[in-house]
Ligand binder design. Structure first.
Ligand SMILES: Cc1ncc(COP(=O)(O)O)c(C=O)c1O
Length: 386
């Protein structure tokens, strides 16, 4: 595994076609059995090379605004659903032209743009705030107090819903089918009166469907039960579940320093290239290594006899640009490759050039085991952006 790593210029993300197809096959079978249409949420996973492949299996893409909608059109060209917390006058016409569904976050926005959407014969949806979530952290809870995301059920009561085709909610983050069941109960309790007006309901993202322990049968049953009861088409729009464990971030050791511990400095950065490891936070698994301590110094396991411990750190000025402490079977040396597992989703889409660090190249390992360069970033990228 990862034989290619020694040959590539780092840092680089490598997406594996076989793994991506495996996730897509599972999602396509769920779609077939449940009747739910599944969309790729580009916000989590917008690797241009993957879109055509995902489009072979799924119904389309869900987009956060004009640029993602353009990207979906260019690289996938299937159904496009666009939701934004607030659309802008100078973008809405192009968004409507590109999209099949437009989902509004407020009744103000709906009033402002509904005539344009109707005139273009496109579907109109409203995002609902179900006021219930089991999200692991407040920053990932779109349904918490003071949330700007979605319309409260009490505010829909006096609205004229005759122009609405569908409802949308998003309340989950890396969640199980049991969590979806709870959210659906809350949604039904608050929004049942409005369901008679609509043809479709979008259950948002955050379904961790491709994770091994996910209860797929339950998801299928929940979707079927809901669409039978209310006569609605269901949409699911996962991002993470599509990219989950389909690729890696490869970096090189560029120096080893010692300050009580051995510290390997890499040509990547947790801050710039693995931001969710800081925000979530979580500690990325590394190939051929074990996590000893998280990036926040919490102990996970003990160093065993014959192993070598290293703190892995990035090449930026941020003191906290640390990936964690890991046990390796051999001492590390300059030039060794470090392979961070599962760094394809919510990484590429969030990358920065903080400290002028090089953006990782985007590479693709096709089903014939051929490694292709998809995007090579150089100084121009930094210059153009600054
Ligand atoms: C409205 C909406 N849909 C879909 C998603 C995708 O979520 P995930 O990548 O966790 O499946 C998100 C993520 O924030 C979202 O806000």
């Amino acid at each position: 595994m990862f034989e290619y790593a020694s040959k590539i210029s780092t840092p680089a993300y490598v997406l594996e076609e076989n793994l991506l197809r495996k996730n897509c096959e599972l999602l396509a079978s769920i779609s077939e059995k449940s009747g739910a249409k599944i969309l790729l949420a580009l916000k989590g996973f917008a690797f241009s090379k993957s879109l055509k492949i995902v489009g072979e299996y799924l119904h389309g893409a869900t987009c956060s605004g004009l640029w993602e909608a353009k990207f979906a059109k260019e690289f996938m060209d299937k159904e496009i659903h666009t939701f934004s917390p607030a659309f802008k006058d100078d973008e809405i016409d192009e968004i409507i032209a590109l999209s099949n569904h437009i989902v509004f976050n407020s009744l103000n926005q709906f009033e402002l743009y509904k005539d344009k959407v109707k005139k273009a014969n496109k579907q109109i949806g409203l995002r609902c705030n179900v006021e219930f979530s089991v999200a692991p952290k407040e920053i990932y809870n779109p349904c918490g107090r003071f949330s700007r995301l979605g319309i409260l059920a009490k505010d829909l009561k006096n609205a004229d819903l005759s122009e609405i085709n569908g409802l949308h909610f998003h309340a989950l983050c890396e969640e199980s089918a049991n969590s979806l069941e709870l959210v659906l109960k809350a949604f039904e309790k608050k929004f049942k009166p409005f369901l008679k007006h609509v043809k479709w309901v979008n259950f948002g993202g955050g379904h961790h469907i491709t994770k091994k322990s996910y209860d797929i049968k339950k998801l299928i049953n929940l979707c079927k039960k809901f669409s039978d009861k209310f006569g609605t088409q269901i949409y699911l729009e996962p991002g993470e579940a599509i990219g989950w464990q389909t690729g890696v971030l490869v970096a090189s050791v560029i120096d080893i320093v010692k300050n009580e511990k051995n510290i390997a400095i890499l040509d990547t950065s947790s801050e710039a290239h693995m931001p969710d490891t800081i925000i979530m936070p979580y500690t990325s698994e590394v190939a051929n290594a074990r996590i000893l301590k998280t990036r926040n110094n919490e102990k996970i396991s003990k160093l065993k006899k014959g192993e070598f411990a290293y703190l892995l750190g990035g090449n930026t000025c941020l003191a906290g640009d640390i990936m964690g402490e890991y046990a390796f079977k051999k001492p590390l040396k300059r030039g060794d490759k470090i392979i961070f597992l599962d760094q394809i989703h919510y990484s590429i889409v969030k990358n920065t050039t903080f400290n002028g660090v090089r953006l990782p190249n985007l590479m693709f390992l096709n089903a014939k085991n051929e490694l292709k360069m998809i995007r090579k970033f150089d100084y121009e990228e930094f210059r153009r952006r600054n």
